[in-house]
Structures are given as structure tokens and as C-alpha cells.
Design a protein around this ligand. Structure first.
Ligand SMILES: NC(=O)c1ccc[n+]([C@@H]2O[C@H](COP(=O)([O-])OP(=O)(O)OC[C@H]3O[C@@H](n4cnc5c(N)ncnc54)[C@H](OP(=O)(O)O)[C@@H]3O)[C@@H](O)[C@H]2O)c1
Length: 285
């Protein structure tokens, strides 16, 4: 029996739980969780993402601030804006919205965020910590996928997980998190030979390639768990990397697009910001 992984419901439930926990931090410790999003330029997609993040903060009781910088901002000004947030005690999480306008060095700005405030998990130090299996904030999309697997009680230990894609935002941290959860992990990318045969041996497939119908039913073993992190447009329709209709006939669990992985990403940002505030109180990290 195939089960659809309902990311929207899981995400809403997690947000409700977080709302209660965030209120409890305030009541018991007088601590308000705070998130700052730094955005540069006027990319319309980024503006929508930032608005969604702010809305999620409002919903869950997180204090949020947006620092808007002009398209013409210099690296020095951007760095100064990040440092200013780093110094603040009331800000627990800092996120630099990507992509930055051309000519700016994303890595330089991200690496100014200390790991305890890097709720997007993209700094070198946080990635290194993840690779070393240390306590850290993983990047939000892979972190959300692990939460979905846990919610549906999908066994990971000893299972063969195949991750399609090796980007620093999705593929690589995904592989590291699955490894942390005792999967046997294979990472496939554009230079992989015999990709189809490899994917066919997977118990868990996570696709983060960004291509419509990349994962077809002839690549999927009966009963596999199929997680689709892709966000693509096909004739104006939002879709993932997986040929959903046909793959769903073989999978034991599958995420739809939209409504699967996507809703978890912003929720993980809220989760990480709450965790950061909690760790500060507990003197942990
Ligand atoms: N759900 C969410 O919230 C969320 C968040 C972030 C991203 N996404 C989506 O996830 C997808 C991936 O994002 P990304 O940022 O990781 O993209 P990316 O940086 O473009 O990485 C794509 C990866 O796919 C691999 N690839 C491309 N063509 C391939 C092929 N023919 N065979 C095998 N591998 C191939 C690339 O391999 P090489 O490394 O060899 O080039 C690369 O590692 C996109 O659709 C994006 O929109 C979703």
C-alpha cells in the first residue's frame, strides 16, 4: 500500500508544536526568539520567499526583522550588516537570502555568521560540523526531509539511500544527514555512470536535480521510498523531479510536489531558530 507523505500537514503540526514551545521560552525564561533575514536587491522570487519566512515567524511567535539592502550594496556594507546582527543578543538566527546581486561574494557573507546563529546551515563551519557528525543546524531542506522520514517512521538504519544531486544546499548535506541516520549512502551526479542501475538498488531515493521527469518508474525498485526535493516548472505547472503518477505505483512512500518537501523548508528555519534560542538558555552549542 502506497502512502503519500503529506508535508503540509506535518509542517503545520510542527509549527503548532513550535508555537507552544516558543511561548513557553518566553513565559519561563523571558526569552523571545529572534530571526533576522538580510536581503539585497529586488529579486521577485527572493522577496516572496522572505515574505513567507516572515509570515511563518509571525504565526509561531518569533520576533523577525528584515534588513533590506539595495542592489548596489558593496561587499563591505553587506558584511557590516551581517556583523551588526551577529553582535545582537536578541537575534538568535541570521539568514542571508540567496542569491545575492552579481559581484557579491556569498561565501564571505555567510561565513561571518557563527554556527550558533547560522540557522540556514550554509556556512563552512556548519557544513564541516555536519560532515564531522557534530551538533549543528543542517540546511533546511535536507533537515526537513529527515523530519518527514522520522514522522512517517520510515526506517533508515542500514538502508541504501541514493541521493541524486550533490549541491551544497541540498544533495551534500542530505547525504551527510542520511549517513548520520545510519543509511548506506550513494551520491549520484551529472558524471555518474550507470545511474539508473544504482537508483534501482535504492531503498530510499532523494532527488535534488532540478529536472522534470528525471526519476522514472523503470529506475525505482518496488517498495522504495521516494523523496522529491525538485522544484521545476512544466508548462507553467509546478512539479518535482519525479514522474509522480507512474513512480507512485511502485513506491511505498512518495512526496508530492507541491505539498511534500517544500512546506518543511521554512518550518525548519523556525525550528532551527527556536533551537538556537533554547541552546543559548541551556548554555549548549
Ligand atoms: N524543496 C525546497 O525547499 C528546495 C530547496 C532548495 C532547492 N530545491 C530544488 O531542488 C533542486 C536542486 O536544487 P540545487 O540547489 O541542489 O540545484 P543545483 O545546485 O543545480 O544542483 C543540481 C545537482 O543535480 C545534478 N545533476 C544535474 N543534471 C544531472 C543529470 N543529468 N544526472 C545526474 N545528476 C544531475 C548536478 O550534478 P553536478 O554537480 O555534477 O553538476 C547537481 O549536483 C532544484 O529543483 C531546486 O529548485 C528545493
Amino acid at each position: 500500500m502506497m502512502e503519500i507523505i503529506d508535508g503540509k500537514t506535518v509542517s503545520n503540526g510542527l509549527r503548532q508544536e513550535l508555537k507552544v514551545k516558543i511561548a513557553a521560552l518566553k513565559e519561563n525564561f523571558g526569552k523571545t526568539c529572534g530571526l533576522c533575514v538580510i536581503i539585497a536587491g529586488n529579486d521577485p522570487a527572493s522577496e516572496i520567499y522572505v515574505r513567507n519566512k516572515m509570515k511563518a515567524c509571525e504565526e509561531t511567535g518569533i520576533y523577525s526583522e528584515t534588513v533590506k539592502l539595495p542592489e548596489t550594496v558593496t561587499q563591505e556594507e553587506l558584511n557590516a550588516a551581517v556583523k551588526q546582527q551577529v553582535a545582537r543578543n536578541d537575534i538568535d538566527g541570521i539568514l542571508v537570502q540567496l542569491p545575492l546581486p552579481k559581484g557579491l561574494n556569498e561565501e564571505e557573507a555567510l561565513n561571518l555568521i557563527p554556527p550558533e546563529k547560522d540557522v540556514d546551515g550554509l556556512s563552512d563551519e556548519n557544513m564541516g560540523r555536519l560532515a564531522l557528525g557534530k551538533d549543528t543546524f543542517p540546511s533546511c531542506t535536507p533537515g526537513g526531509i529527515i523530519k518527514l522520514l522520522e514522522y512517517y517512521k520510515i526506517p533508515m538504519r542500514g538502508k541504501h539511500a541514493v541521493v541524486l544531486g550533490r549541491s551544497n544546499i541540498v544533495g551534500k548535506p542530505m547525504a551527510l544527514l542520511l549517513l548520520k541516520n545510519d543509511c548506506t549512502v550513494t551520491i549520484c551526479h551529472s558524471k555518474t555512470e550507470n545511474l539508473k542501475e544504482i537508483v534501482k538498488t535504492a531503498d530510499i531515493i532523494v532527488s535534488a536535480v532540478g529536472k522534470v521527469n528525471f526519476v522514472t518508474d523503470d529506475m525505482v525498485k518496488d517498495g522504495a521510498v521516494v523523496i522529491d526535493a525538485g522544484i521545476n516548472r512544466n508548462n507553467g505547472h509546478l512539479c518535482g523531479d519525479v514522474d509522480y503518477v507512474n513512480v507512485a505505483k511502485k513506491a511505498s512512500f512518495i512526496t508530492p510536489v507541491p505539498g511534500g518537501v517544500g512546506p518543511m523548508t521554512v518550518t525548519m528555519l523556525i525550528y532551527n531558530t527556536y533551537e538556537s534560542a533554547l541552546r543559548k538558555i541551556n548554555g549548549r552549542f
